[in-house]
Design a protein around this ligand. Structure first.
Ligand code: NGF
Length: 289
């Protein structure tokens, strides 16, 4: 059974502090209304890379406290500070998170040896399993098939969150590692990723569009490719509109239309403008009502 995860957003107040009540509302909406299989906590959509260390801890605590054991939880602990990544890996493991994930270290053009050492260090002292977070479009770090193979030599490294439009590589990875977990990261490319055998998907737009994505997965599994294509087309109409309206603030503005207080994005992310608010209302009316 393929699994669908929302990349959890963090509700922020105007001053950049975490809005705990709003964050809890989004978690509840994902579990109770979207009926997702899991949440990816502390990823790009969660604005993890905008946050202080204390805020990361705060969000990890809120998410597991609200979600309890209702859905699977993956905590993204990767950081440019390896000591922080190791600390957070232990922190979330002690909180009870069943999986961890870590973005490839970025900015300094690390060698593969350094990247490998980073992953092995993160998992070394924790009794937990790690999913590599590969997102070359934001990190500039592309791992090759052989490099994934080297990382998988560590039995605690169990899979990839694959946010990459390189479908040749995806096919090669799926073929070489049939037992590893591969979760697709680009929501607008879910169907081609399903065709190549991913085990599920994690994404930002599932916060609003999980039911359609689940229906697409089910149609694909039933062999109804025409239906799956139609559902992907409908999703992509929504995703295109969200991207055109600035996706992260717009996801939160559309959440408000659904009666969920998602707060705002944290600066330097864009703050809502009257045009963006009007755009979000239109997205809600056109694609989600
Ligand atoms: O936001 C991005 C940037 N990607 C997300 C997702 O892969 C990131 C994707 O859902 C994620 O899951 C996380 O770490 O929070 C896109 O927003 C979506 O496909 C629209 O392009 O690439």
């Amino acid at each position: 059974m393929k699994k669908l995860y929302s990349a959890l957003m963090t509700a922020f107040n105007d001053d950049g502090t975490v809005n705990e009540a709003g964050t809890r509302e989004m978690i509840r909406y994902n579990i109770d209304v979207n009926k997702v299989d899991g949440l990816y906590v502390g990823g790009s959509t969660g604005e993890n890379f905008n946050m202080s260390h204390e805020q990361k801890e705060q969000v990890f605590k809120i998410a597991i406290d609200e979600a309890k054991n209702d859905v699977d939880l993956i905590a993204q602990v990767g950081s440019l500070d390896l000591n922080e990544a190791k600390y957070l890996a232990k922190f979330v493991t002690d909180l009870g998170y069943p999986h961890i994930s870590a973005v490839t270290p970025f900015y300094y053009n690390y060698t593969f040896e350094q990247i490998k050492n980073y992953y092995n260090e993160i998992v070394k002292d924790v009794d937990n399993e790690l999913i590599i977070y590969s997102i070359p479009v934001l990190t500039g770090v592309s791992l090759s098939l052989d490099q994934f193979a080297e990382l998988f030599e560590n039995p605690k490294i169990i899979g990839i969150k694959y946010t990459n439009a390189d479908f040749f590589l995806l096919e090669r990875v799926r073929n070489r590692f049939p037992d590893k977990l591969i979760l697709s990261g680009f929501d607008e490319m879910l169907l081609p990723a399903l065709a190549l055998g991913v085990d599920g998907a994690i994404g930002s737009t599932y916060n609003l569009n999980a039911k359609r994505a689940k229906a697409e997965m089910n149609a694909f599994d039933a062999g109804d490719i025409d239906k799956a294509r139609q559902l992907q087309k409908d999703s992509n109409d929504l995703i295109s509109a969200l991207i055109a309206n600035d996706i992260y603030p717009s996801l939160k503005l559309v959440f408000k239309e659904l009666g969920v207080n998602a707060g705002v994005t944290k600066r330097p992310m864009a703050q809502p403008t009257p045009e963006m608010i009007a755009g979000a209302k239109k997205i809600y009316n056109d694609y989600l009502k």
